[in-house]
Design a protein around this ligand. Structure first.
Ligand code: SAH
Length: 457
């Protein structure tokens, strides 16, 4: 993001528009909706601008621009349609540290005019960093159609509630919890002012209960589109988000920015937050009456040590719930277009780990080496040579297909098609470091259309 969208207070501020033709008119069309003092400097003005002058929306000084016009201006628009003159205005404005926008000239602009959806006091601005104003307009039309006319009135009512809330809930954290609970109701766009009071009452009553709570939430494999609605709502309502290494930034961004974020990631073979410490954090934060989300990659109940956390919560008498997520084996299978179980081929699939507390994990290799066995191996990259050796020793075919999917569902996803004989070497050659799932007994489906979207092949 090169441009930071901000809402500037223009009430009573001087804004200069140099120019009186079509370019200036386009800028003014948005500006006249503000409370700024708009000053148009131009020898001539268009009929539209004249109408705004006559209705006191702006003032016009019928003359050429001079440098002194830049004095005491909050914003400047160079829209004279004379390139040399616009350039001169930009140079002068920048020399004085005044933000300037030049019509249709990205290089000569410090800021852009976004497409605006105005449901004042709710305003939504859409910018494309100058790449496509047409796209911004199309998005505006699309979003505008979904926003109720009453949105502005709803915001004003909420503003009123906010004023009184300091008395009702003097504690800042309690107020934050109240808002999170209020907006946790799913369909804000369908709210109307009539329902507002009952929603407020419900959120206040909920707040009164003051009990902390922990939700163990599956963050899915990484693609934010694969997050459940439930997970999104939990994240939005959370006071505290305790998250793992494999949770993507895109998923984390569904949390509120005022929430407390606690990283408890475990780096393979590296530094990690001890599980007992994680349990203690969950218990501590919930005991303070906070709403806690324990966010885990994939599904929380698959290699997520959820039981240890649940035991700690039960022992501390803290309520909890579990929100499932898409486990990475499911995302990996989807990436290669194969079914994890297939009629007539395999009746079962084993979800196994390459590592356990003792190092490389031992498994029932005899069963896994059978021709109809299928397995999805988590945390298996470092153990690949060990797994390969064990399966071969127990009689698995050396040409057994193995497919490795690294970063399933993420933009950086990589698929390596291998076989048992060459698995470990192929992982090294493919630069696979994880997170990855080893799909034992599964070959990439040779239908390009299935994979094209994700792999770019
Ligand atoms: N609860 C998680 C698994 C946690 S164990 C789940 O249900 O997916 C961590 C392992 O998950 C990693 O070592 C890797 O094997 C796998 N993993 C997590 N995210 C992944 C992803 N996007 N692509 C491939 N494997 C992933």
């Amino acid at each position: 993001m090169r441009y930071l969208p901000i809402h500037v207070d223009l009430q009573g501020e001087n804004v200069l528009i140099a120019g009186g033709g079509k370019a200036a008119e386009a800028k003014l069309r948005t500006l006249v909706a503000t409370d700024a003092n708009l000053i148009v400097i131009a020898p001539e003005i268009s009929a539209e601008i004249r109408r705004w002058v006559e209705t006191d929306k702006c003032v016009w000084e019928a003359r050429a621009f001079t440098n002194a016009d830049l004095d005491n201006k909050r914003l400047v628009y160079a829209a004279t349609e004379d390139q040399a003159l616009d350039t001169c205005i930009v140079e002068q404005a920048r020399a004085r540290g005044v933000l300037v926008n030049t019509a249709d000239n990205k290089q000569a602009s410090d800021f852009f005019s976004p497409a605006i959806i105005d449901r004042s006091p709710v305003t939504i601005s859409i910018g494309t960093e100058g790449t496509s104003p047409g796209l911004a307009r199309a998005l505006k039309a699309d979003i505008e159609a979904r926003l109720p006319e009453s949105l502005g009135r709803l915001a004003l009512s909420l503003g009123n509630v906010r004023k009184h809330l300091t008395h009702l809930l003097p504690d800042f954290t309690k107020r934050q919890q109240f808002w999170a609970k209020l907006f946790n109701a799913k369909d804000v766009l369908n709210w109307n002012e009539r329902d507002l009071q009952s929603k407020i009452d419900a959120a206040l009553a909920d707040n009164d209960a003051g009990l902390g709570h922990v939700a163990l939430v599956g963050a899915g494999p990484g693609d934010p589109d694969l997050l459940t609605h439930q997970a999104r709502h939990k994240l939005f309502a959370a006071d505290v988000i305790v998250y793992d290494r494999l949770v993507s930034e895109a998923v984390l961004s569904f949390g509120r920015k005022e929430a407390e974020y606690i990283y408890v990631g475990k780096i393979p073979n590296g530094k990690s937050t001890p599980q007992t410490e994680i349990n203690a954090i969950l218990v501590q934060k919930a005991s303070e009456g906070l709403s806690v989300v324990r966010l885990k990659g994939g599904d929380p109940l698959v290699f997520g040590r959820a039981d240890e956390e649940i035991d700690a919560l039960v022992a501390a008498n803290i309520s909890f719930e579990i929100c499932p997520g898409i486990t990475s084996a499911a995302a990996a299978a989807a990436a290669i277009g194969v079914s994890l179980t297939s009629r007539g081929q395999n009746k079962a699939v084993s979800l196994i780990t390459g590592h356990d507390t003792k190092g490389f994990a031992e498994q029932d290799w005899t069963t896994l080496a059978r021709p109809d066995s299928r397995a999805a191996i988590y945390m298996g990259v470092g153990a690949a040579r060990f797994i390969q050796g064990r399966l071969l020793v127990h009689g698995a075919a050396s040409n057994l297909p193995v497919t490795v999917v690294e970063n399933a569902s993420r933009p950086e996803q990589i698929i390596v098609a291998s076989s048992l004989a060459t698995l470990a070497d192929d992982l090294v050659a493919g630069g696979i470091k994880g997170p990855a799932i080893l799909l034992i007994g599964y070959a990439v489906r040779e239908v390009k259309s299935v994979l094209a979207q994700k792999t770019g092949t």
